[in-house]
Design a protein around this ligand. Structure first.
Ligand code: CP
Length: 317
């Protein structure tokens, strides 16, 4: 594997999950792969889980790891060609990428949607520039439209906790005070559509996701109906994808918050969220603190998804 930007890069998903579970049992068994190899993690946006879990994954594999926070301590980067650079941006990404690449063997990139242009975001302009100009393997640590390390960790977690061969998994929109990207729900849908699950998406009208990720999955606008019989409830906020409202908040309807009453509609479902989560907006204190909440093991599996992806990249060098 040279690039990891979406579910397609994993190939057979069952085999990828099996490999991840092997990595989890023997996470220090592959240290030879990363000897004298350097991982550079480039962050254009904040992170807690991705930063720590990916760095830990690299260290488990014997790699040296470096982190660059582009907006804290590095030169401000221009990303568009043709711009007269007479503003506050001192360096162009087209020089910065090959320079960064000269110091490392593998590059992880986090760069969120900007909501200035749907075309710029959905063409994945930033991560594709790293792929084009670095000459090094590149993996997504959440791009403008996808968060495949998160979705892979989510699938590993579902595999570990499922009680039936084909569980019902519900992705539900929930309210949030700020406009958030569609990357997490896009990737979650992409992975669930490939997995052996009964997948349902529920959200208020106007929050329809891009069909390239929904891929014909069942969309139920009545949240209570969607939650009925669910084995896993995956809550997440996202802003509108459809024009003319791209990147906008259309609703803050608190009746979509996941509460004990909502969870009572399910088949004693496990509660999942990628974190960070706004309590009593997305989910009530009671639900996230309940025994059915698996948000902590889900976050812990970020180390495993990152290590499995890095292992495959190192094996291909
Ligand atoms: N879920 C996730 O990616 O968390 P961070 O934004 O903290 O990395």
């Amino acid at each position: 594997m040279r690039y990891y930007t979406g579910v397609k890069d994993l190939g057979n998903l069952d085999e990828a999950v099996k490999e991840a579970l092997e990595v989890k049992k023997n996470r220090f068994g592959y240290k030879h792969l990363g000897e004298n190899k350097t991982l550079l993690m480039v962050f254009f946006n904040s992170s807690l889980r991705t930063r720590l879990s990916t760095q830990k994954a690299g260290m488990n594999l014997g790699m040296n790891t470096m982190v660059l926070d582009v907006n804290q301590g590095a030169w401000k980067l221009e990303t568009e060609r043709g711009v007269v650079m007479d503003g506050d941006k001192s360096e162009h990404l087209l020089e910065a990428i090959p320079v960064m690449a000269s110091y490392c063997d593998v590059i992880g990139v986090r760069s969120f949607a900007r909501f200035e242009s749907k075309e710029f975001d959905y063409q994945e302009t930033i991560i594709n520039q790293f792929i084009k100009y670095s000459g090094k393997p590149v993996f997504s640590m959440e791009s403008a439209t996808c968060h495949p390390l998160q979705a892979f960790a989510d699938l590993i977690t579902i595999e570990e906790y499922k009680k039936t061969d084909r569980p019902k998994v519900v992705l539900t929109w929930a309210p949030h005070p700020k406009a958030l990207p569609q990357a997490v729900p896009n990737s979650f849908a992409d992975f669930m559509n490939e997995a052996n699950v009964d997948f349902v998406i529920t959200h208020p009208k106007g929050y329809e996701l891009d069909e390239q990720f929904v891929r014909g999955a069942k969309v139920e606008y009545d949240q209570d109906k969607a939650l009925a019989g669910a084995d896993f409830v995956y809550a997440k906020n996202w802003s509108a994808f459809q024009d003319p409202n791209y990147g906008k908040i259309l609703s803050t309807d608190m009746s979509w918050t996941i509460t004990t009453e909502k969870m009572a509609l399910t088949n004693n479902a496990f509660f999942m969220h990628c974190l960070p989560v706004r309590r009593n907006m997305i989910v009530s204190d009671d639900v996230i603190e309940s025994p059915q909440s698996i948000v902590i093991p889900e976050a812990a599996n970020r180390e495993i998804s990152a290590q499995t992806v890095l292992k495959r990249i190192l094996e291909s060098l």
